[in-house]
Design a protein around this ligand. Structure first.
Ligand code: RM4
Ligand code: MN
Ligand code: MN
Length: 430
C-alpha cells in the first residue's frame, strides 16, 4: 500500500498553526478594510486560482554537466502523478497536470485519466518533444524537426505531434504546446526565411488536426539548443505564426525564454492587446537559464506580469483565457517543495495584483504622475498577503504551511522505501 498524504494528516498538522493564522488573518482583514478591500473577496480569489504542474518536473532535473538523482524520486508517470497529488493536496491550486510526450507517454490513456481523477487531478495539456531523438526513431532531429530541410524529417515530427493530439483527446486535454529546438549554430547554416516557411507548413497540418476544444500554443525561445539563430526565437515570430495559423493558435510565454533585458510584462500586454496570449510556462531565471522556481529571483516582475493579467481580466478583455502552467527543473531541491512554493508565489502575485487601486492608478497615469503611479503599484506589491494564501489553503483542505506539513509527514522517506532507484538512475556509489 503506497503512502498517501491524507486529509486527516494535513488537518492534524494544521492544528498547531491555526490560532496564529486566525490572528494574522484578522489583522490583515482590518488593514485591507481601511483601504476598502474585503478580505473574504481576496481569499475567494486565492481559492479559485489554478496553475498546472508539469509532469517532467517531478523527477530531479539536471544540467548538461550532470544530474544527481534523489532517493524516492518518481520514475514512471504513475509515480509522478502520485507526487502531483501530494502537491495538490497540500496547496489545493494545482489539479491540472501538463504531460510531456514521449517522456511521460501513457501506454493506456484511459487508465491514466482514471488514476488522475481518483486523485482529484486531470490532464490539462500535452507538450510534444521533437528536440531529442528517441530510441528506434527513423530520422534524426540533429538539424531540426518541424522546419528541417528534409521533408521526411518534417513529416515524422508532424506525425509525433498528431500522436500527441490523439493522446490529448483521449485524456481530455485542452491545449497542446509546441516548442522546437530548431535553429542554427552558425551564420549561413540556415536560410532564415525559408526555415520559418517550413515550420509554418508543418504547423498547418498539426493545426488542422486539433481536436474540438483544444488550442494550439506556440512557444518561442531565444536560444538553446540553437546558439546562433532559433527559428521561433521571439514573441513576435510566435504571434505572427499563430495569426497565420488561425483562431485556435496562440502564443505561449515561457518566462525564461527572453533576452535578459526584455520587459516581459510589456510582451504580455502586447499579446493581450492582439488577442493572442494563449498561456504561460512560469519559472524564473537570473542569467540565460529558464528553469528556476517561479518568484525566486524577480518577484516584482512576476507581480507586474500578473498586474497586466488581472487588469485584462477585470476589464474584461473579450476571449482572454490564458492557460497557466509551471515549467521548471529542480536540480538541488525536492521537486514537490519547489512546485508547492512556486504555485504559492503565483497565487501571491495574482492576489496582490487584485489589491492595486486601479481607479487611482488610472488617474495618476492620466495626470502623468509617475511617482504616485509607482507608489500605487508598490502599495499592492508590498502588502504581505501570506495570511490570505494560508487561509485559502486551509479552507480548501490544504496545509497552512505546506513545506512544514510535507516534511512532518516524511512523505519522501516513505517513497524512498517504495521506489528503489532504477539502475540507470543510480549513481555508481549507491
Ligand atoms: C524548453 C521549453 C519547453 C520544455 C522543454 C523541456 O526549454 O521550455 O517548454 O518542454 O524545455
Ligand atoms: Mn517552456
Ligand atoms: Mn524552457
Amino acid at each position: 500500500m503506497s503512502f498517501l498524504l491524507t486529509d486527516e494528516r494535513i488537518a492534524d498538522d494544521n492544528q498547531c498553526r491555526r490560532a496564529a493564522l486566525d490572528d494574522d488573518y484578522a489583522h490583515l482583514g482590518q488593514q485591507l478594510a481601511r483601504r476598502g478591500i474585503a478580505i473574504e473577496m481576496v481569499t475567494d480569489l486565492a481559492m479559485a486560482f489554478r496553475v498546472a504542474v508539469p509532469s517532467w518536473a517531478l523527477a530531479t532535473g539536471g544540467t548538461r554537466f550532470g544530474r544527481f538523482p534523489a532517493p524516492g524520486e518518481p520514475q514512471t508517470i504513475f509515480e509522478k502523478l502520485e507526487d502531483c497529488e501530494a502537491v495538490f493536496r497540500l496547496v489545493r491550486v494545482t489539479p491540472g497536470v501538463s504531460l510531456h510526450i514521449p517522456w511521460d507517454r501513457p501506454e493506456r490513456p484511459a487508465e491514466l485519466k482514471a488514476l488522475a481523477a481518483a486523485g482529484g487531478l486531470f490532464i490539462d495539456s500535452t507538450n510534444s518533444n521533437t528536440f531529442q531523438d528517441q530510441p528506434g526513431q527513423r530520422h534524426s532531429y540533429k538539424f531540426g524537426s518541424l522546419s528541417h530541410t528534409d521533408r521526411a524529417v518534417r513529416d515524422q515530427a508532424v506525425e509525433h505531434n498528431l500522436e500527441c493530439l490523439e493522446i490529448g483527446a483521449a485524456l481530455g486535454a485542452s491545449a497542446h504546446t509546441v516548442w522546437i529546438g530548431d535553429g542554427a549554430n552558425f551564420p549561413g547554416q540556415m536560410h532564415i526565411r525559408r526555415a520559418v516557411d517550413r515550420y509554418l507548413e508543418s504547423m498547418r497540418t498539426i493545426y488542422a488536426a486539433l481536436p474540438g476544444g483544444c488550442r494550439l500554443l506556440l512557444e518561442h525561445k531565444l536560444y538553446e539548443p540553437a546558439f546562433y539563430a532559433t527559428v521561433v526565437a521571439d514573441w513576435c515570430t510566435s504571434y505572427c505564426c499563430a495569426r497565420e495559423l488561425g483562431d485556435r493558435a496562440y502564443a505561449l510565454v515561457d518566462l525564461g525564454h527572453h533576452a535578459p533585458t526584455v520587459n516581459v510584462e510589456q510582451v504580455v500586454a502586447q499579446l493581450i492587446r492582439l488577442g493572442k496570449l494563449g498561456g504561460f510556462h512560469f519559472n524564473d531565471s537570473k542569467y540565460g537559464d529558464d528553469d528556476l522556481d517561479a518568484g525566486s529571483i524577480k518577484p516584482f516582475e512576476l507581480f507586474l506580469i500578473f498586474n497586466e493579467l488581472v487588469d485584462a481580466r477585470l476589464e474584461p478583455v473579450a476571449g482572454f483565457e490564458p492557460a497557466y502552467m509551471l515549467d521548471q527543473s529542480h536540480n538541488v531541491t525536492d521537486p514537490i517543495e519547489s512546485l508547492m512554493i512556486s504555485a504559492t508565489e503565483l497565487v501571491r502575485a495574482y492576489v496582490q495584483a487584485h489589491l492595486v487601486d486601479r481607479e487611482a492608478l488610472g488617474q495618476y497615469q492620466d495626470a502623468n504622475d509617475a511617482m504616485m503611479a509607482l507608489q500605487t503599484l508598490k502599495q499592492a506589491f508590498t502588502c504581505d498577503v501570506s495570511p490570505v494564501l494560508a487561509m485559502a489553503r486551509l479552507r480548501a483542505g490544504g496545509a497552512i504551511d505546506p513545506i512544514a506539513t510535507y516534511r512532518a509527514t516524511r512523505y519522501r522517506e516513505s517513497k524512498r522505501r517504495e521506489r528503489p532507484l532504477a539502475a540507470s538512475a543510480r549513481p555508481a556509489f549507491l
